[in-house]
Write a protein that binds this ligand. Structure first.
Ligand SMILES: Cc1cc2nc3c(=O)[nH]c(=O)nc-3n(C[C@H](O)[C@H](O)[C@H](O)COP(=O)(O)OP(=O)(O)OC[C@H]3O[C@@H](n4cnc5c(N)ncnc54)[C@H](O)[C@@H]3O)c2cc1C
Length: 413
């Protein structure tokens, strides 16, 4: 790939310092540049890891709202159409129960559009990098680990591991769910450690998936199958953290055989494709998203359990809202570090994310508890959600709004 034109860091003059050039930090950099604020991103990884990120096994389900933000920021047009898979329906099954809970069953016929789309995470990261570094207002300093921060009434200051000190009027932490910058700012976070991990790997299958995502709550582990292009699916297995090594050590044939058995052969005969990856499952919710001259964005604000596929979607919603508030503030000629627009961002982003974060944790806890009473409870929940007159439509419509990102649209209008 030819070298891309970009802007060499001259680290003293930016309006905003962003810690972390993951997808959230890069998207925020692009959005702030578009409203006329200059940004300097500080990233501990080397440049090559950002320019051409390695495949990481995460297949990201995107909502309609997330796609719209990606289009606006020029990320979507940088994705190859062949790498975007439509997500038409989602189905949930529990244990050996024949009951299936359906979402989006007749959606394509009703609306002509899918529930959402699936795109590999490393391609989103690459698109975010390309879109950010071409903007005149964005500079990126790589191999730059932030080790300390300070704030005073005039500015926020960071110190890098090599001793350099940088300042700006606003500091934004986009440095992952285990954000050390959040901690250095004195902001705590609720952490829900599920004691489990996901092992992810692709499988090729002989039967078409029809764009259907399956969530199979089995006893001992949970399996999600996410539809990708070319008759492939991403298998996402949730296992006790003590069983990760066992799942990673399986041969390709053993892995495919386990997935085939746990999915009841729905996709025909399976073959494993490519490497497997694993991630610990810890949900994180920051106690505050902002402080004077300081804000959190992306997973540093809200780190979701992946089962409801909302982490990056929420990251983009946060970027949209924070950029909108800072744009209005800038039009008034005010300081970008002012607390009032930051508080408005916090309030809206909390309203959008907190119910889903708490609801996701409750669902995961109920659906992975193997004792008899929770098993009976979740069968009752599935039966009611699928069949109870009135309630079924209400629950499904609500969950469909969340899956498409259209919940709370009225408050954003
Ligand atoms: C298995 C799995 C499946 C998922 N599926 C979905 C899905 O379907 N839909 C969805 O919306 N989301 C999904 N997600 C969530 C999504 O991947 C994350 O929300 C998103 O990648 C977070 O981006 P981020 O930029 O906030 O953080 P990160 O990607 O973690 O980036 C943080 C960056 O900060 C840098 N950094 C950290 N500390 C410092 C420091 N001190 N100094 C400088 N730099 C620093 C890091 O090097 C890194 O580059 C999934 C996650 C997993 C694990």
């Amino acid at each position: 790939m030819p070298a891309m034109p970009e802007h060499t860091p001259s680290p003293s003059s930016a309006d905003v310092l962003i810690v972390g050039a993951g997808p959230a930090g890069l998207a925020l950099g692009a959005a702030l540049s578009d409203i006329g604020l200059s940004c300097l991103l500080l990233e501990q990884q080397p440049r090559a890891a950002l320019e051409d990120p390695a495949e990481d096994g995460r297949e990201i389900a995107l909502t309609h709202r997330a796609r719209a933000v990606m289009e606006q920021l020029g990320l979507w047009s940088r994705l190859d159409a062949a790498d975007i898979a439509p997500l038409n329906q989602a189905r949930v099954v529990d244990g050996s129960s024949p009951l299936v809970l359906h979402f989006g069953q007749d959606r394509a016929a009703r609306t002509g559009e899918p529930l959402g789309w699936l795109v590999p995470n490393h391609l989103i990261r690459r698109a975010a990098w390309q879109a950010a570094v071409l903007r005149p207002g964005v500079q990126v300093l790589t191999d730059a680990r932030v080790t300390a921060i300070e704030r005073d009434p005039q500015a926020a200051h960071v110190t890098l591991a090599d001793g350099r000190r940088l300042s700006a009027r606003l500091l934004v932490a986009a440095d992952s769910r285990f954000s050390s910058t959040r901690r250095m700012a004195g902001i705590g976070a609720a952490m829900h450690d599920f004691g489990r991990s996901v092992v992810v790997g692709r499988v090729q299958h002989t039967q078409p998936h029809g764009g259907v995502a399956w969530e199979c709550f089995r006893y001992g582990n949970t399996l999600a199958l996410l539809p990708m292009n070319n008759d492939q699916s991403s298998a996402v297995v949730t296992v006790g953290a003590d069983r990760v090594a066992e799942w990673l050590a399986l041969s390709d044939g053993e892995f495919a055989a386990r997935i085939q058995a746990q999915s009841d052969g729905r996709l025909g005969s399976l073959q494993a494709v490519g490497p497997r990856h694993h991630y610990p499952l810890v949900g994180v919710y920051a106690q505050r998203f902002v402080a004077p001259r300081f804000a959190l964005i992306g997973d540093a604000a809200v780190g979701m359990h992946p089962v409801t596929a909302h982490g990056w979607n929420f990251g983009l919603y946060g970027v949209e809202v924070l950029a909108r508030e800072l744009a209005a503030n800038r039009q008034r000629g005010a300081d970008p570090g002012d607390l009032a627009p930051l508080m408005r961002y916090e309030s809206e982003h909390r309203r959008t994310t907190l119910p889903v974060w708490a609801g996701t944790n409750a669902i995961v806890t109920l659906f992975t508890d193997e004792r008899t009473v929770p098993r009976l409870a979740r069968r009752a929940v599935l039966a009611l959600a699928e069949h109870a007159p009135g309630l079924s439509q209400l629950v499904k419509a609500g969950i469909e709004r969340q899956l498409t990102g259209r919940a709370g649209a009225a408050t954003r209008a």
